[in-house]
Every structure is written in structure tokens, then in C-alpha cells.
Write a protein that binds this ligand. Structure first.
Ligand code: ADP
Ligand code: MG
Length: 611
């Protein structure tokens, strides 16, 4: 958000309750908006950014509220101790719940959270010491530095201070190493894992974080309301929070405030207007909400905040982009030791992959030395990309052995393989289109830093963050994209996006680089530049395995070529040998127009017939 606008909003928020003219109703309303926004903020991270849907957030609010209600009334504890206890209970429960449900894909998480939401609601309602459906009353007001927060006007300051702090911390988190990993959770095809991101861990972290925000909201609620009962922690409220997150929008932490504000105001108005209009006191606002939800999902997928930002930029002519720039100097990241030129870096021994009855990779073997570029060529469907996936652990092999330096790779998860020094690009570009180019590349350097969530939340990792961003900028300059650092990755041409993927792989400081069709979609000049970069990497001792359809590119650049067809190795040798190999010539190169590129697949039937 624009800095001046931000200050104006904060000043306005601070002044409102101080003005005696502000009606009490407004203060109460804003208190509820603040409390909801805290819960919704967690959902924005969990659902909006991370792609996980939870119908259980109100139950976490309940845990925070009931913990403090019970501890302060029955045990006479301090509310601050109760806050800590509530957070602890929430962390433990959400961690266990997350560990069970998050690794299940599809609808298991929403279903699991619904079950959990319902059972906790009935638990609150049936436990004798929690007052059953009557709840617990007589909760004391909070006391901050001897100052009682008994009135709504005073509670207001605490609620909004906590909310703004949480928004600041959440925003910090998103602009950091763990934040990039969280933003990559939505990506498919194992991209993030290929750069060492443990998706299961980060999913759990986000789930616990969102639960803790909800729990803190519950603690504030209990001390504002001075009484708790089960109903505000039921499934309806969880759905309402989710609705607020969808309406507000996932693009910004301000979506949380906007979503809660809009929905609570609307609900209030509908509860006033509808009964008068329809002559009944039934809950018709739920129906209106349902209709609205459909409309929002149909016409404003990114939420209302996104629409406001778009209008604002049309109005002012200024396009607001989040531009996280590193400071001008930073320490260079440490580099991995490179193997001596000529050392065997990769040994693939009879690897095989069967997809049901289809043998995609049929006992393929080859060796790649340090400082060598090897080409893996063959028509579409030959099994090249599958071979890449077997080496990098994205797909498990049916059998066979892959050795990297002195380690076995087969059987390892892809993030462990990345950690050993294997970097890759994907045939189907897997960037995060909404993230800037430099952030996408910094994700590649994930394993070169240890920055955790806590230091990211507090923004005390700026030095390490600067090192990561500098590394990303350096790699982007190296591949010739230095002018596009702050462009959204999705705005680049497809060919350039492939080059960004190379920079991202290089940011991981790999010993072995696997490039799947890097030159596809590039113009002649760009191909030449790319060849120059790869040549230089080879000079530095990098080993490169290259899948490419442009025969000029492959023949001029590689030291060694393996030709595959229908999963089987057809030929192997230097480019000169391959070019003269009668089988390859006749069946493959000879059958295709010079401008091979994407058209190579055309030759597949001819080749198939001759084998
Ligand atoms: P290339 O990269 O050489 O064009 P691929 O490795 O992508 O070829 O595919 C080799 C064969 O394996 C193709 O017939 C393809 O349809 C099949 N294949 C690839 N991935 C899968 C998968 N996940 N499930 C089933 N079949 C697959
Ligand atoms: Mg392929």
C-alpha cells in the first residue's frame, strides 16, 4: 500500500475512538472487524497464498478464547499467561491436525477441518468445566501497564495494534526466504521440492501460523466480551471467515481488513433491512451471502482488494508493484567445491520407467563427466523428460541405479538430490507468474540460506535476504536478463521464462545442470547468447545434460550425445559420430526439415517404422 495512504489510514484509525463524537456502535463494529481480520489474515496466507482450505479457523479462535476464559476464572491466572498457554495449546493441536490432514491431497483437508470444527464445537458445549452451552462468564478486563481496557474504546487500541503488528509480520514473512517457499506451495509438478523446499513442512508452518493468529483473536475476544459460549466458534463462523478471505482477496494483507469490514458491515445492514423487507426474522442474510459468494467467485476471483488496487492505478496512473530491492552491496554466498574436470559426475546405469504397460525409459545407461555438456536427443515422447525426472527424483524409477559423484540418487526425494548439487529446468516452464523474476530466481537459492520463519516475521534477516537477492541478480545478469529483475515472471515471453529457469537453477550453485529444451522459443541471437553462457559454464567445470530439439544448437555445443527413441538408446557418441551414424541419419535427422525445433516429433513414426 502507498506509504502516505498507509499513514493516513493509521492516523484515522488512531483518532476514531478518541473523538467523543464517534458513536459507540462504530467502535464495537470496528473491534469486531479487527478481531475477524486477524483470523482472516491467517486464512489469506493459508488459503489465498498456500492454496489450502480450512473450515476450522473458528475452532482455533475458540481454543484461544476458552483457554483464557477458563484459566483466568477457574485458576485465577494472569491473562498473559493464559495467552501463552492458549498459543501453546493451539500450536500443539494444529500441528497434530496438520500432520494428519495436510499430506493428504484434494478434499481431505477441508473435510478434515470440518470434522474438527464440528467436534470441537460440541466439545465446548458438553464439557462441564467449560460451562457447557452457557459458557463462561465473568472474565476480567485486560490490564496493560496498570491501564484497564474495560471499555470498548480502550480495547479497540489493543485489537488494532495487534492486527497491524500481525499484518506487518505477515508481510515480512511473505518477502523472505520462507515466504517464497510458502508462495511456491501452489506450484505443481514438484518444482519447489526440486530446489530443496520441503513442502510438507511449509504447509504445516502456514497451518500452525494461521491457527495461532486465530487463537490470539480468541483471546482478545474473550477479554473484550468478558464472556464466552460455544456458538461463535462453530462451523458457520469458520465459513464466514473463509468468505471474508475470498472477498477481501489474497493479494495483500489488506485484503483481510477489507474482507472482514465488508462482510461484517453487510451482515449488519442485512440483519436490519431484510426482516423489515420480508416481514420475518429468519436468517435470510445467509442466502444473500451465498449468492454473493457465487458472484465473487465468478467475477472477482482475486478479491475486492485487487479491484481497488486496479482502480487506484487507473485513477492515478501509477502502477503499484511490490519491488523488493536488495541493498547495493552484500556478501557473496559461499560456493560448493567443484569436482576436477574429467571426474565422473553422473552415472546412469540401466534406469527404467514403466507407466503401466508403457516403457517410457528402457534400461538407459550413460556417463557424464565434469566440464562436459551432454546432449540427450530424440523425437517427442522418446523419454527424455522422464529420464530427467528419474535422475532428479521427481518420478521414482521402476529400477536402475543413478550415481552422482559418490552418492546414490535413486530412491532419494528430489529436495535431497537438489541439496547434493543437482539443478534443473522444466520442459513446461514452472515459474511463479505473480512473483517478480528476481524472487523466482532467489527461490533457487533456497538451500543456500538457513533463514527461518521467526527471523523472517521480525525482519531481522535482512542481511541474509540481501545475499540471496544479490545472488539471484548475479545469475540473472549472467544469463542476460539483468533488465528484467523486477518484472513479473508471467509477463515475460516464454523463451525468456525458460532462461529465468536457468538462472534459478544456477542460483542453487549446482555441480550438475539438467536443461530440458532451454532454447525452445528463443530467437537466433538469443540462442547464440545462451550457447555462450553454457559454454562458459562448461569452462568453469559445470556438467550439463541438455535436452534440445535444435540440432545446430546441440551439434555445436555438446561433447557427447545420446539418442533416444521410444525409451530406448538408439546411438551414442560425439556429435560428429552421431551426425554420421547411418541409423540416426536415415531415420531421424534425414527425415526432418532443417528447422527442426518443435517439428522433430513428425519424424517419430518414420523412425518407429525403421527400428
Ligand atoms: P520426451 O521428453 O522425450 O518428449 P517424455 O519423457 O515426456 O518424452 O515421455 C515419454 C513417454 O512417457 C511418452 O509416451 C509419454 O506420454 C509418457 N509419459 C510421460 N510421463 C507420463 C506419466 N506421468 N504417466 C504416463 N505416461 C507418461
Ligand atoms: Mg520432453
Amino acid at each position: 500500500m502507498n506509504r502516505i495512504l498507509l499513514i493516513a489510514v493509521i492516523v484515522l484509525l488512531a483518532l476514531l475512538p478518541a473523538l467523543p463524537a464517534t458513536p459507540e456502535f462504530w467502535i464495537t463494529h470496528l473491534n469486531y472487524v479487527g478481531l475477524s481480520a486477524l483470523v482472516v489474515l491467517g486464512l489469506i496466507l493459508l488459503t489465498g497464498v498456500g492454496g489450502m482450505t480450512s473450515f476450522g479457523q473458528a475452532a482455533f479462535v475458540g481454543i484461544g478464547a476458552y483457554t483464557t476464559a477458563w484459566m483466568t476464572t477457574a485458576l485465577g491466572s494472569s491473562p498473559w499467561l493464559a495467552l501463552a498457554a492458549g498459543i501453546l495449546v493451539t500450536v500443539v493441536i494444529s500441528y497434530i491436525l496438520g500432520a494428519i490432514t495436510l499430506r493428504l491431497s484434494g478434499h481431505y483437508l477441508p473435510l478434515g477441518t470440518i470434522a474438527w470444527s464440528l467436534s470441537l464445537y460440541y466439545l465446548f458445549g458438553n464439557l462441564g468445566f467449560l460451562g457447557q452451552y452457557d459458557g463462561i462468564a465473568g472474565i476480567a478486563a485486560l490490564n496493560v501497564f496498570g491501564f484497564s481496557l474495560g471499555s470498548g474504546r480502550h480495547m479497540y487500541y489493543l485489537i488494532w495494534a495487534v492486527l497491524l503488528l500481525a499484518m506487518w509480520a505477515t508481510r515480512n514473512l511473505l518477502d523472505s526466504r520462507p515466504g517464497r517457499a510458502i508462495r511456491a506451495l501452489r506450484g505443481t509438478g514438484g518444482m519447489a521440492e526440486s530446489f530443496g523446499v520441503n513442502m510438507a513442512t511449509y504447509k504445516t508452518i502456514v497451518f500452525v501460523y494461521a491457527a495461532v493468529l486465530a487463537s490470539i483473536s480468541g483471546w482478545l475476544y474473550a477479554h473484550m466480551q468478558r464472556a464466552v459460549s460455544p456458538s461463535p466458534f462453530g462451523l458457520n463462523y469458520s465459513i464466514e471467515y473463509l468468505f471474508m478471505a475470498v472477498v477481501g482477496g489474497a493479494g495483500s494483507v489488506w485484503g483481510a481488513v477489507l474482507g472482514s469490514g465488508l462482510i461484517l458491515t453487510l451482515k449488519d445492514q442485512l440483519q436490519n433491512v431484510l426482516p423489515a423487507l420480508l416481514g420475518t426474522t429468519a436468517n435470510f442474510e445467509l442466502i444473500v451471502f451465498g449468492v454473493l459468494m457465487v458472484l465473487v467467485l465468478q467475477y472477482a476471483r482475486d478479491g475486492v482488494w485487487h479491484i481497488l488496487v486496479t482502480w487506484w492505478s487507473v485513477l492515478t496512473g501509477v502502477v503499484e508493484t511490490r519491488r523488493v530491492e536488495p541493498p547495493p552491496v552484500a556478501r557473496a554466498l559461499p560456493q560448493r567445491a567443484r569436482p576436477e574436470k574429467g571426474t565422473h559426475v553422473l552415472e546412469v546405469d540401466a534406469i527404467r520407467k514403466e507407466f503401466g504397460g508403457l516403457v517410457a525409459v528402457n534400461d538407459i545407461s550413460f556417463t557424464l563427466k565434469a566440464g562436459e555438456i551432454m546432449g540427450l536427443i530424440g523425437p517427442n515422447g522418446a523419454g527424455k523428460s522422464t529420464t530427467f525426472n528419474l535422475i532428479t527424483g521427481v518420478t521414482p524409477a521402476t529400477r536402475g541405479v543413478v550415481r552422482f559423484l559418490d552418492k546414490r540418487l535413486d530412491g532419494l526425494p528430489s529436495r535431497k538430490i537438489a541439496d547434493l548439487g543437482v539443478g534443473r529446468t522444466f520442459q513446461h516452464v514452472q515459474l511463479l507468474p505473480g512473483m517478480t523474476v528476481i524472487e523466482n530466481v532467489a527461490l533457487g537459492a533456497h538451500l543456500r540460506s538457513k533463514v527461518g520463519v521467526l527471523s523472517a516475521l521480525l525482519h531481522v534477516e535482512r542481511r541474509e535476504e540481501a545475499e540471496l537477492l544479490h545472488e539471484a541478480a548475479k545469475q540473472l545478469q549472467r544469463v542476460g536478463l539483468g533488465d528484467y529483475l523486477y518484472e513479473q515472471a508471467g509477463n515475460l515471453a516464454l523463451g525468456q521464462q525458460r532462461i529465468v529457469e536457468i538462472a534459478r537453477a544456477l542460483a542453487a550453485d549446482p555441480v550438475l545442470l539438467l536443461l530440458d529444451e532451454p532454447a525452445a522459443g528463443l530467437r537466433y541471437k538469443e540462442k547464440q547468447a545462451l550457447a555462450g553462457v553454457l559454454d562458459q559454464l562448461r569452462e568453469e567445470g559445470m556438467s550439463i545434460l541438455l535436452v534440445e530439439h535444435d540440432m545446430d544448437f546441440v551439434m555445436n555445443l555438446t561433447d557427447h550425445i545420446v539418442v533416444m527413441d521410444f525409451g530406448t538408446k538408439l546411438a551414442e557418441g560425439t556429435p560428429e559420430v552421431i551426425q554420421r551414424d547411418p541409423a540416426v541419419l536415415e531415420a531421424y535427422l534425414g527425415g526432418v526439415d532443417d528447422e527442426l525445433d518443435e517439428t522433430v516429433g513428425v519424424s517419430a513414426p518414420a523412425l518407429g517404422a525403421s527400428v
